[in-house]
Design a protein around this ligand. Sequence first.
Ligand SMILES: [Zn+2]
Length: 194
Amino acid sequence: MVESTRVLPALAPLVSRFETLDVCEATVFGLLPDLTLGYFNAGWLAFAAANGLPSIAERWGLGCSIADAIRGPVRDYYVEQYRSSYERGQAWEHRYECSSAERRREMILRTYPGREGLLVVTSAVIDVPHERAASSPADTYRDPATALLRQCGHCRRFHHSESRWDWVPAWVAAPPEGITHGLCDLCFEHYYPA
Ligand SMILES: [Zn+2]
C-alpha cells in the first residue's frame, strides 16, 4: 500500500493498479490530467536523494505542475508529449542520455496513460564506463561576455566554440560556479527532431 504522502487521492486508483511500482528500480512519477504531479515512487525518491535533489522533491512536490518542474529548452516538448499521451491514451517513449562523470548512461522514459492520469517511468538501458576522450577544465570554455559555462542538458558536454562541445569529467563530477544549460546541436537534432 502506498503512503498517502506520496500519492494524491485522485491518482491512487491508477497507482494501485500496478503492484511493482515501489519495488522496481525505475523512477516513477504520476501526473493528473492537468499535468499536476500526483505521485512519486520509492525509486524516484531514492534517485533524488542519491543525486542531491531532495530540494527538488520539496520544491516541486505533490500538487505542483510538471510544467514548472521542467526547465530549459525541452520543457514545451515534454509538456506537449505528456498531454498528448494522456489525451490519446497511448504510451509515449523517449530515449535520452544522462551521464555522470565516470559512466555513460542512457535512459528510456515511457508513459502509461490511464483514465485518472499518466504514469511516467524512467529506467536505465545503458550504464557503462565512458569511452569518450576527456578534456581538462580551462577558462577558455567560459563565454567572454557573461563568464558563464554552457553545458548540454543531455550529454553534459561543455560548449567550447561554435563547432565544439567537449567532455570535461572534472566539471561533471564537481560542477563549477556559473553554469547555464542548453542543448548541443547533436542532442537537439537527435532527441527533438522537428
Ligand atoms: Zn549534447
